[in-house]
Design a protein around this ligand. Structure first.
Ligand code: ATP
Ligand code: MG
Length: 334
């Protein structure tokens, strides 16, 4: 039976990239009636330094963003990872299945560690193995993610296959990454070769879900582009990464194809297109940020929702963890 798992790190302000590449699609999957489990992966967030008070606030804010984007805690399982200790436990077991060389090949590790690998936490290196545990703990079959997470989901498949092979079982199903739509890789507004990220030090590089209308308009106005007007066909966007990015964002927000957007704005300059994009973004994001601030007025209620979600997640995860331990030969006598 199909089961979806995905997560977002509560590592800062959620961005338009997180919304289009993840949240919006998470809500669609739930509405299609598939069983959906969504997790605020706080254990992943602490692979880089997080101020403890800030982490709490970011986790509640991310939960509010999920709910404001249409994720209904009654229909989806919504919880924070650290409340279900089976994640950390299976993460350890998979650390002993996965190989160092596999982790070394992860492009996110190379990007995030840069030339300073020796100074990074051990957790940042092992991150993909914990992510594999997140998914396999629920025997999830599909993982909706942005393009940047494709390699990690493929690694999860390799880890599942090695576990099954090593222990001679057919226990962990290989999950499929679901990377759909035109906004699977929203790029930075300052650099068309980098993806938009909530952890980018430049606030101008991203639209935050909590940005007000003026800030959104200003960030799009200042977005780096070439000086040419928009072309009259999609081929005309080749080699124009920044223009392509803005067209893709417009298309994803408007639920149109990039070709339809190009048809509407052929020959127009960015002086026309950017304000139209800003208006569209504000019309889609304002209801979300308004709902987020309403929810943030009652942090105890958010914590209660996360606690109930964790109970539901735990009920699915525990039997799978116990079975994994048994397969590996760990005595279970209590
Ligand atoms: P960080 O910089 O802390 O890694 P992030 O913005 O990359 O933050 P994550 O929590 O790592 O966010 O990822 C959450 C989900 O959002 C993942 O499914 C990821 O693929 C997706 N995502 C992240 N950035 C983008 C983007 N620019 N475009 C589309 N999807 C994205
Ligand atoms: Mg990321």
């Amino acid at each position: 039976t199909p089961r979806i798992f995905s997560g977002i790190q509560p590592s800062g302000n959620l961005t338009l990239g997180n919304y289009l590449g993840a949240l919006k699609r998470f809500a669609q999957k739930q509405d299609e009636g598939i069983e959906t489990i969504y997790c605020l992966v706080d254990l992943h967030a602490v692979t880089v330094w997080q101020d403890p008070e800030a982490l709490k606030k970011q986790t509640r804010e991310a939960a509010a963003a999920f709910i404001a984007s249409g994720i209904d805690p009654a229909r989806s399982v919504l919880f924070n990872q650290s409340q279900v200790s089976a994640h950390a436990e299976l993460g350890w077991l998979l650390n002993c299945v996965a190989r160092m060389g596999w982790m070394n090949r992860m492009t996110q590790w190379k990007d995030k560690a840069g030339k300073n690998a020796e100074k990074q936490s051990l957790g940042l290196f092992a991150y993909p193995s914990l992510m594999a545990a997140d998914i396999l703990l629920y025997h999830a079959t599909m993982v909706p993610v942005g393009e940047d997470q494709k390699q990690h989901v493929e690694l999860c498949r390799d880890i599942a296959a090695k576990f099954n092979h090593d222990y001679g079982v057919d226990f962990f199903p290989a999950p499929l990454p679901l990377i759909e739509g035109v906004a699977t890789r929203v790029m930075s507004l300052r650099d068309g070769s980098k993806k938009m990220s909530k952890s980018d030090p430049s606030d101008a590089s991203r639209i935050n879900l909590t940005d007000d209308a003026d800030t959104i308009a200003k960030k799009f106005r200042k977005a780096v582009t070439d000086p040419e007007p928009l072309p009259d066909s999609l081929e005309g966007l080749e080699g124009r990464a920044e223009a392509r990015n803005l067209v893709n964002i417009y298309a994803a927000l408007a639920d149109k194809t990039p070709a339809e957007v190009i048809a509407d704005y052929a020959g127009q300059g960015f002086g026309v297109f950017k304000p139209a994009l800003a208006d569209l973004a504000v019309s889609k994001l304002e209801p979300i940020s308004t709902e987020m601030s309403r929810l943030m007025n009652d942090p105890a209620e958010i914590d209660r929702i996360l606690g109930k979600g964790a109970d539901k997640a735990d009920a699915i995860a525990q039997p799978i963890l116990q079975k994994t331990l048994e397969i590996m030969g760990m005595i279970r006598s209590r």
